[in-house]
Write a protein that binds this ligand. Structure first.
Ligand SMILES: C[S@@+](CC[C@H](N)C(=O)[O-])C[C@H]1O[C@@H](n2cnc3c(N)ncnc32)[C@H](O)[C@@H]1O
Length: 276
């Protein structure tokens, strides 16, 4: 079978098994199997697959059909135009989080001075790395409670050549991060325990997904901690599920002078920005 034939069959199969990005999934998995870039598949449409390649590809497609995220199968995910290593120890970087990064980069670029940024719950390190990459005046201190996640983040920081400006520390929220910050970013777990989730979300680590108090506990705790850790004029940017926005807004109103919301590409309330 040729690339074009295999893609058609596997995309149909994945669609029947519930993938809403079946063609893209099929292409990413085939490119990974063949060691090609995804766009190269289009230049080699008539290339025949060997029996070994077909077996390897079938195994990946079968795992994807059972709900494993494509990024765990390929070991990579693009975020903010940058490539990140991803393992089952970390949340798969999500395009919704780009809203937060773009706002943090805009704040950093408004300043002529060095900008101190915190990234709380860094996971793969995607937020910390993207901010440091796009805002050369930013230095980022990032925390996570998961040592396994920090191992992945360390490799991502190093492969993007940012070890001098992104510092990773294990621990709870801002506790391991010394000093005061111009921007505190956080994409902490915010889903209620026991949420019913699509298989590819449920396959991600529980410590990256769920929080007590209907999903609001960690964000609420951060909003309490952060004001004493902000420089004058500093800001908190916290990614949220729209379902906890009301609770988070109340908390922001108690602890900050002002706050506003940024919506994601789907129009959902996604990032709370708060200032003292
Ligand atoms: C939703 S994931 C986000 C990961 C990454 N920032 C991203 O946007 O892809 C949340 C991360 O917060 C970490 N985390 C959970 N509770 C934490 C806590 N109390 N303190 C620090 N990090 C925590 C998890 O281990 C996980 O890596």
């Amino acid at each position: 079978m040729t690339i074009v034939e295999v893609l058609k069959l596997s995309a149909d199969y994945l669609q029947k098994h519930g993938s809403d990005s079946s063609r893209l999934d099929a292409e990413l998995l085939l490119a990974c199997t063949l060691g090609l870039r995804r766009l190269d598949l289009y230049l080699k449409f008539d290339r025949a697959l060997s029996a070994g390649e077909l077996d390897q590809y079938r195994a990946l497609v079968a795992r994807r059909a059972k709900g494993e995220p494509v990024a765990y199968l390929t070991g990579h995910k693009e975020f903010m135009g940058l490539d990140f290593e991803v393992t089952p120890a970390v949340l798969v970087p999500n395009p919704d989080t780009e809203v937060l990064v773009q706002r943090a980069v805009a704040i950093a670029r408004e300043s002529q001075d060095p900008v101190r940024v915190a990234d709380v719950g860094t996971g793969s390190g995607c937020i910390a790395v993207a901010i440091a990459h796009y805002a050369p005046n930013a230095e980022v201190w990032a925390s996570d409670i998961s040592p396994e996640a920090l191992e992945v983040a360390t490799r991502n920081v190093s492969r993007h050549g940012l070890s001098d400006r992104v510092h990773l520390t294990p621990g709870d929220l801002m506790q391991p991060l010394a000093g005061e910050f111009d921007v505190v970013c956080a994409n902490l777990p915010y889903l209620p325990m026991g949420s019913s989730l699509p298989a590819e979300v449920a396959a991600q680590p529980a410590h990256a997904l769920y929080a007590d108090q209907g999903g609001a506990s960690l964000v609420s705790r951060l909003l309490e901690e952060a004001p004493s850790r902000l420089k004058p004029g500093g800001r908190v940017l916290a990614e949220l599920d729209p379902g906890i926005f009301a609770v988070a807004s109340e908390s922001a109103a108690r602890h900050f002078a002002g706050h506003r919301v940024h919506r994601d590409a789907g129009g959902h309330q996604r990032v709370l920005e708060a200032w003292s």
